[in-house]
Design a protein around this ligand. Structure first.
Ligand code: AMP
Length: 119
């Protein structure tokens, strides 16, 4: 399936929809999740048009991949959850219930998180 240029994160990247930016560089944007599931809930997205981790792994440049991974450490430091711990989640496709078809990693922390999977 082709990348949907009208998905909500594509609109955020184009500046058509506002977001609360946590961190940004040439390849990555990190912003507050609109419906936080923990005291810290940040979404990190690549600026390139990748639907999920599979596509990112296959098509992104080494520079984009490095920036994406390094952004996780940057965000947890900015949010001061590097010592208390945090969870990263990437939903990919239908069975994962991925809602927005632009790759994003959820960074969750700020409290003791529950079990990895509820069902
Ligand atoms: P997923 O189910 O992994 O695709 O997660 C999508 C996430 O995007 C959810 O946690 C939503 O709360 C979040 N979300 C949807 N729209 C926005 C928005 N406009 N700004 C920030 N977060 C959003």
């Amino acid at each position: 399936m082709a990348y949907d240029r009208e998905n909500i994160f594509a609109k955020i990247l184009r500046g058509e929809i506002p977001c609360e930016i946590v961190y940004e560089d040439d390849h990555v944007l990190a912003f507050e999740d609109i419906n936080p599931q923990a005291p810290v809930h940040v979404l990190i997205i690549p600026k390139g048009a990748y639907q999920n981790m599979t596509e990112f792994g296959r098509k992104a440049s080494a520079e984009e991949k490095t920036a994406f991974i390094e952004a996780i450490g940057t965000v947890v430091n900015l949010k001061r959850i590097d010592k208390t711990g945090y969870r990263t989640i990437v939903n990919n496709g239908e069975d994962s219930l991925q809602e927005v078809p632009h790759l994003h990693v959820h960074v969750l922390g700020g409290r003791r998180l529950g079990a990895l999977l509820s069902t």
